[in-house]
Design a protein. Structure first.
Length: 421
């Protein structure tokens, strides 16, 4: 009997644990009425009046932030941007079969994108600072992380939007997916006639938008939001067909593109690992390495400095590339004859390495020098006033023969603070 009770007790404990976890992760807990959530998202879809002006001002702020390479300014622009509304509206419309909402969301998103790119193009045409900063360059090549951020950020956004008490998750999604800076970067590409920047940034914006909409669609279907009802069943079928076609046309290419990004990211990681592990020699070092990936051409170019590596060793290294998953990859190893080095290239690399290693040390020294200069200036003021104060003291005290004046540190034990005198 005791042996029968033990499995039953374990089974009951497992059931209780599963029920506890189910209640913990229940999305219906604290959920707003579905119709209220739908109305909330619909209100944020429209781009006219105040919303449009806020978008324009936010684009100017984001463009300035990109221009001066200020992360804080860019984040501020993303917080005030109303760009998330129509993107979530597209996912909601697909989830509840509302074709009119889908058309309205697409139309408003198109207006918002056009205005945003036009505004940033105008700004970058007139700004005197036309160099591409790191904040701009970071938004020209999409990676797998951008896709994941858009997907999980969109999930967080629609779940937060369906709560009775709205949180700051939606502005957080706007920051994480960084939609605003992408449109500004696309505008920079048009202003400077750099199609690489324009296509890269707009492509990343498209990927992010699709996956935010996809995550909204998935949560809307999972939480069983009420679908739009039609009196005419033929019209309902037609609308469902249109939305299904639209969803397939939008999602399938983006999934394919995202798959390509995943493959490229994996290849780049494998290539970096291959270079760091296999290009290790006693008297030879890797000067630099360039990785190039495309559907038709994958190349790794490595420049070596030091003693010559014989051809047999090079061929052996190339054969090992297959074990790193680098199939169909062309590997080129450049090394100077008889150990003669390109001095300009070497000098540039050494200076770069020295700068990166010593940048923090230089900053610390600058802070120390500034502190010492401040202290010396304070002591200089005391010494300058010392003679005048001594003469005044002698008038009041005729027998005064020697006088000293110096700065003091007074500690007030009651107020628990220190004061310099």
């Amino acid at each position: 009997m005791e042996e029968e009770k033990a499995p039953r007790s374990n089974r009951n404990q497992l059931i209780r644990t599963l029920l506890y976890l189910k209640n913990r992760f229940d999305l219906h807990e604290g959920k707003e009425d579905e119709l209220a959530t739908i109305d909330y998202i619909k209100k944020n879809v429209e781009f006219k009046g105040a919303n449009l002006w806020i978008l324009i001002f936010a684009i100017f702020v984001a463009s300035i932030g990109l221009n001066v390479n200020s992360t804080a300014v860019i984040i501020g622009a993303m917080l005030i941007s109303p760009l998330m509304g129509p993107i979530m509206g597209i996912g909601l419309a697909a989830g509840i079969n509302d074709f009119e909402l889908l058309k309205r969301s697409m139309r408003n998103l198109g207006v918002a994108v056009f205005i945003a790119i036009l505004t940033s193009t105008i700004y970058f045409n007139f700004t005197p600072l036309d160099d591409a900063q790191s904040e701009l360059l970071a938004r020209t090549e999409p990676t797998i992380w951008d896709v994941l951020i858009a997907l999980f950020g969109g999930l967080a956004g629609i779940i937060a939007g369906s709560r009775k008490e709205k949180s700051n998750a939606i502005p957080g999604v706007a920051i994480a997916t960084a939609l605003m800076p992408l449109l500004c970067t696309a505008g920079y590409g048009l202003a400077t006639m750099n199609l690489y920047y324009f296509i890269g940034a707009f492509y990343l914006f498209f990927i992010n938008s699709v996956f935010i909409s996809l995550s909204t669609y998935l949560i809307v279907r999972f939480m069983k939001f009420p679908k739009k009802e039609f009196l005419d069943h033929k019209k309902e079928k037609r609308v469902q067909t249109y939305i299904t076609i639209f969803t397939i046309i939008t999602i399938v290419p983006s999934v394919y593109l995202a798959y390509g990004i995943v493959i490229r990211s994996i290849w780049e990681e494998q290539a970096k690992t291959f270079v760091s592990q296999e290009m290790v020699f006693p008297r030879t070092q890797v000067l630099n390495s360039n990785l190039t990936y495309s559907s038709s051409n994958k190349t790794i170019q490595v420049s070596l400095i030091g003693d010559q590596i014989d051809q047999e060793t090079i061929e052996l290294i190339k054969e090992k590339a297959v074990s790193f998953g680098l199939t169909d990859t062309e590997i080129t190893i450049n090394q100077n004859n008889a150990g003669i080095t390109d001095m300009n290239l070497l000098r540039s690399d050494i200076l770069k390495d020295l700068y990166e290693r010593n940048e923090q040390i230089i900053q610390d020294k600058d802070q120390r020098i500034a502190l010492l200069e401040s202290e010396v200036a304070n002591y200089g003021e005391v010494r300058f006033l010392g003679n005048d104060i001594a003469q005044e003291a002698k008038v009041n005290h005729p027998k005064l023969r020697k006088f000293t004046l110096n700065r003091s540190l007074v500690t007030d034990l009651e107020k628990e603070k220190q004061t310099h005198f």
